[in-house]
Ligand binder design. Structure first.
Ligand code: BGC
Length: 767
């Protein structure tokens, strides 16, 4: 009898084993059913370094060396691990591997601020389809990108990764970015959701934002990207939002993201184990990254004690399984480890050129012939910044600096200046590595400050050269915000360099061009009168030097427009009154948190400026700026026809305008559509960007008609008291503009019907 039972038992377990389902797109519920509580909890926590739990071993495998994280494999159920590398300027993985002579470089594409300046969704999609191919071919599953927080203030250290001060520009560029990456059958992780607008105390700071600003400014870009491009994943941010960690906010992650916007992917946390894992699971945060045993244990314990309902956990597990069946690892994709880096470099160069913004071009000094002899001042000409630091820094094979780029294009560079810059940078780098400034682990090595150059040295170059170029560079990154002095404002040495070079060259009747190699806004008002031309090249990626040369020579006619305002002074931004200066009491953040009172702008930041971010403030206040949002020149000129605006029965607007190239070279033009709402009702900005488009390359004399449609919802503002979006009836003015201050071409339309749009009670009535 005993024997029979044993045989029966063995048969049953064999049956159970063979009946163990293997994950497929059609049996997700069955697999869920077969999972133990420990397995469910473990799948909702990244693989970290692997864990032991309940007598089971969950191992972590390095799928792609250098990738930021991995999800857990459960082999018995056919659940593979998946790999999640950073983003956003290209895939960030280890370029070399032990015992392997091959290299695994990612292409360094232009940074977020740059690509947003293209105002060209097709271009961005084309560029990120190349980027996404590297994700696929290097064996990864999701790129931790795009990063799309709002440039609330010029000093945020990660603004270079982010797109814009405007949510419509950010949202449309973000959607294009996601489409391009995901066209490869790999995913994106749209980050950092939400209101993660400063780096100071980034893990703990509480962003206190009223609901109107939250919905109209800080969430709108995410909303557009989620609705238009269906990213596979969203990354919830480290910070608190109105008192609660974003990654534990049910209002944010379930009510708004899923119930209102229809998001059906997974939410993963930004990289760090916070207490409150159970709250995060319940809030709809499906995956804790990078993952640690304690988080799995918390989930298991909470289900056992009844604190967490198993239904909530199951919902997240189901989301995880739905994600996994889409991945290349699940498909068993045979990646090559050999993406076409040459083709991708060309895509990076093309995107960089289309993103550069010509701020000034007096007397048509640009384009240059390409055969001139140039004295190129500014150490950033050799210490060129392709992209910012931290997790957004791509391990690229090379960077073409500006000296190389201009020489490649045929220019002759004055040796004395070139050598001086190179020697200075080499010396300072050795010096700095011997005496680290303690800038912080994530900041990487700080940029070498500009070299002082004597007037005699400058004067000695004038006869040897046809013109001078001065390159001004900035770098910043994850883990630290920028400062006003010597960063937003030029250093005294930089200021002197521009003054002295301009004086010497102008005296000899020669021209001076300033090239800005920057990731975010800097002060321009005090020195912009000096040079003849200013080109904002941004941090343009590994092909930067060649791309700058393409634009300087007119091989590519610049068509980028600023994605942020360049104010006259830093304090002109209302958010500057509530942004860390870098001089706050420091013992309240960093590694040591003492028992002290919460510190303003460190422990909490009041978004007192509400919706008055960027050009919304400057246009409404009629406040002068150095260069307005949306500004950028071309080597040609464009004229706009009289626009037409039609309204259909559902209240949708269709507007058209014809753009004609009235100059003498081919070029592209961005048309920005701003809308001014009728007076009365909610207080509104003077005008808000609602749509934009870019023409094809128009030959001289050629025209193109652009058309834009806007729904009543897109015209709505959020009424906190009624807790709904509202579009007032009345007369709306549509501006077809070259920048936020351009009101020359407009059309009016009368919206007959008031509309309102209901939302959930998420963050209801927070003022
Ligand atoms: C950053 C994220 C990044 C993650 C993984 C975090 O510190 O904030 O942007 O994706 O690390 O590297």
């Amino acid at each position: 009898m005993k024997k029979t039972l044993l045989v029966l038992g063995a048969l049953i377990s064999a049956f159970q084993l063979s009946a163990q389902p293997k994950l497929s797109a059609d049996n997700i519920d069955e697999v869920l059913e077969a999972m133990t509580l420990e397995e469910k909890a473990a799948l909702c926590v990244g693989a970290g370094r692997g864990y032991q739990l309940g007598g089971l071993t969950f191992s972590s495998t390095v799928l792609v060396p250098g990738a930021a994280g991995t999800t857990l494999a459960i082999p018995r159920l056919g659940i593979p691990a998946t790999a999640l590398p950073d983003g956003p300027a290209g895939i960030r993985i280890s370029p070399t591997r032990e015992g392997d002579s091959r290299t695994y470089y990612g292409t360094g594409f232009p940074v977020g601020t740059a690509i947003a300046s293209s105002w060209d969704t097709e271009l961005v999609e084309h560029m990120t389809s190349a980027m996404g191919n590297e994700v696929l071919e290097y064996g990864a599953d999701v790129l931790l990108a795009p990063a799309m927080n709002i440039h609330r203030n010029p000093l945020c250290g990660r603004n270079f990764e982010y797109f814009s001060e405007d949510p419509v520009l950010a949202g449309k560029i973000g959607a294009a970015y996601v489409r391009g990456i995901q066209s490869n059958g790999v995913g994106t992780s749209v980050k950092h959701f939400a209101a993660n607008d400063q780096e100071t105390n980034r893990m703990e700071n509480d962003s206190r934002v009223d609901t109107r600003a939250l919905r109209e400014i800080y969430l709108k870009g995410f909303e557009i990207t989620v609705k238009e491009a269906q990213p596979w994943t969203i990354m919830s941010s480290y910070n608190k939002l109105n008192g609660e960690y974003a990654q534990q906010s049910h209002d944010l992650l379930t009510k708004i993201l899923r119930d209102e916007w229809g998001f059906d992917g997974i939410v993963m946390t930004d990289w760090g184990n916070k207490e409150g894992t159970v709250k995060a699971v319940a809030a709809g945060n499906d995956l804790m990254m990078p993952g640690s045993t304690v988080e799995v244990q918390r989930i298991v314990d909470a289900v056992k004690s009844g604190e967490l309902s198993e239904a909530d956990l199951d919902r997240n597990v189901r989301n995880m399984l739905n994600y996994i069946v889409k991945t290349p690892h699940f498909r068993n994709y045979k990646y090559s480890d050999a993406p076409d880096l040459k083709a991708h470099a060309a895509a990076a160069r093309a995107a960089a050129t289309e993103s550069m913004v010509l701020l000034k071009n007096d007397g048509g000094v640009l384009p240059l012939k390409g055969t001139e002899t140039v004295a190129m001042f500014g150490i950033s000409s050799v210490d060129f910044v392709a992209g910012g630091t931290g997790s957004g820094n791509v391990n690229k094979a090379y960077v073409v600096n500006m000296v190389q780029g201009l020489e490649n294009a045929g220019f002759t560079l004055v040796d004395a200046v070139k050598d001086f810059n190179q020697k200075y940078v080499d010396f300072q780098k050795v010096n700095m590595s011997a005496n680290p400034s303690g800038a912080g682990v994530l900041l990487g090595s700080a940029k070498v400050p500009e070299a002082p150059v004597s007037r005699n040295f400058i004067n000695a170059q004038v006869d040897k050269s046809d013109l001078a170029i001065v390159v001004i560079g900035r770098n910043s990154g994850e883990g630290g915000d920028r400062r006003v002095d010597n960063d937003f404002n030029l250093t005294a040495t930089e200021r002197q360099l521009i003054t002295d070079v301009t004086a010497a060259y102008h005296l000899a009747g020669k021209k001076v061009v300033v090239v800005l190699n920057i990731g975010g806004a800097i002060e321009t008002a005090s020195w912009k009168e000096d040079p003849d031309a200013i080109l904002c090249a941004w941090q343009p990626g590994q092909e930067g030097g060649d791309a700058v040369a393409d634009v300087l020579t007119g091989k590519v006619n610049p068509s980028g427009k600023l994605p942020m305002t360049l104010p006259i002074s830093y304090m002109d931004h209302p958010s500057s009154y509530n942004f860390p200066t870098g001089y706050e009491r420091s013992n309240n953040y960093g590694w040591f948190r003492g028992p002290v009172e919460p510190v303003k702008n460190v422990d909490y930041t009041d978004y007192d400026e509400s919706i008055w971010v960027g050009y919304r403030w400057f246009t409404t206040q009629d406040k002068e700026v150095s260069y307005p949002f949306g500004y950028g020149l071309s080597y040609t000129t464009f004229e706009y026809s009289k626009p037409s605006v039609k309204l259909d029965r559902d209240g949708n607007l269709t507007a058209t305008v014809t753009v004609t190239n009235t100059g003498s070279v081919a070029g592209k033009e961005v048309v920005e559509v701003y809308v001014a709402a009728p007076a009365g009702g909610l207080e509104k900005p003077a005008r808000e960007l609602k749509a934009f488009d870019k023409t094809d390359l128009l030959e001289p004399g050629a025209s193109q008609t652009l058309s834009f449609t806007l729904t009543p919802y897109e015209l709505a503002s959020f009424n906190i008291d009624a807790n709904e979006w509202q579009t007032a009836a009345g007369s709306y003015t549509l501006y077809f503009a070259k920048n936020a201050n351009d009101t020359a071409t407009s059309a009016k339309v009368n919206v007959r019907k008031t509309s309102s749009f209901e939302v959930t009670d998420a963050f209801a009535h927070i003022k």
